[in-house]
Design a protein around this ligand. Structure first.
Ligand code: G4P
Length: 312
């Protein structure tokens, strides 16, 4: 999917985070539990090196419990990472993360020096909601519209715990292609740049294959259609998204499906598993290697032709 979306402040954020990283004892990365891979920032591991990290799978109320467990096991293969699920709207749960963080930081610090934790998260994962919950007061603005984060903030959470909110704008993973689609389906990419018909088709196709029962129950279907367009037509028929001459209103049904998915009305449905991501990565890497090899061959041919022309 071609996403016409340019994350501003990207280089500035990258530089500023790298600069403060030596002072950081703990990283807290917030991801969307429905898409824990796609909603992660690709540079976090590079920044982190061997620092401990709390990986927060937020919006757990919207994600599939068994798939989430697979992700927790996947992330915790790294012994410095503690992966936890969260509904950030529950302030008590957010507050408890302080203790989880304290337990993870084992490196010696000079006495009386508080733990410095840096919190990272792409827009709309619920980072502001989590910060407010941890602080027990409104510090960060919340809202479902992805926006540019303010300046870097230093937030004292307890006598022994300081939180650094990341500056600028963190960008998500847009490779392989499926990541962009999944980010769009969950609402992490600005709606203004989204082609609803395209992402609804992606969502319908995925849900048809992985969660047919949820679709049958929500849209009172007799059975799950064999192809995705027939599924979209069936939902349109059930929800009255039909125009003159019996033609389906594609934009209307597309927006309805995406909105209801985001609101959790279809149930707790995750959009990616570790296995699916590994499969996508291996296909994408093979395609990239083939493209690179074809490019090298073209360059070599051009050089040969140049030499031949010179000799003549
Ligand atoms: P951000 O700072 O990462 O950009 O995200 P923010 O906290 O603003 O949260 C984005 C939206 O996600 C908000 O909804 C927020 O309430 C919601 N949210 C955060 N955590 C959770 C969670 O664990 N589960 C669910 N279901 N939603 C969560 P909103 O409707 O846009 O804003 P508001 O009306 O709640 O302020």
């Amino acid at each position: 999917m071609a996403i016409n979306w340019f994350p501003g402040h990207m280089h500035k954020a990258r530089k500023e985070i790298a600069q403060v990283m030596p002072k950081v004892d703990l990283l807290i990365e917030v991801v969307d539990a429905r898409i824990p891979y796609s909603s992660a920032n690709p540079l976090v591991d590079e920044w982190r090196r061997d620092k401990p990290m709390l990986k927060i799978l937020n919006k757990i109320d919207l994600a599939d419990t068994s798939v989430t467990q697979n992700w927790i096991d996947y992330f915790q293969r790294d012994s410095d990472v503690r992966a936890l699920t969260l509904d950030a709207r529950n302030a008590q749960q957010c507050r408890e993360l302080l203790n989880r963080g304290r337990k993870l930081v084992t490196a010696p610090r000079s006495s009386g020096k508080p733990i410095t934790a840096m919190i990272l998260g792409i827009p709309n994962v619920g980072k502001s909601t989590l910060i407010n919950g941890m602080a027990g007061r409104i510090i960060a603005k919340t809202g479902n519209v992805p926006a540019v984060t303010k300046k870097q903030q230093r937030i004292p959470l307890a006598q022994d715990f300081v939180l650094l909110d990341t500056p600028g704008f963190l960008w998500p993973k847009l490779w392989p292609d499926g990541c962009g689609y999944r980010l769009a389906v969950t609402g992490a990419i600005k709606d203004a740049v989204i082609d609803y018909d395209d992402i609804a088709y992606f969502a319908a196709d995925f849900l048809r294959q992985h969660y047919p029962d949820a679709l049958i129950a929500r849209y009172r279907l007799d059975a799950i259609p064999d192809d995705t367009m027939s599924l979209i037509e069936a939902i349109a028929a059930r929800r009255g998204c039909i125009g003159r001459g019996g033609l389906i209103r594609l934009s209307q049904v597309s927006e309805l499906l995406i909105r209801e998915y985001r609101q959790g009305k279809l149930g707790r449905l995750s959009l990616e598993t570790p296995r699916l991501i590994e499969a996508e990565l291996s296909v994408a890497e093979r395609e990239k290697a083939e493209k690179d090899a074809a490019k090298q061959a073209r360059i070599a041919l051009r050089q040969q032709n140049k030499k031949k022309t010179k000799r003549r």
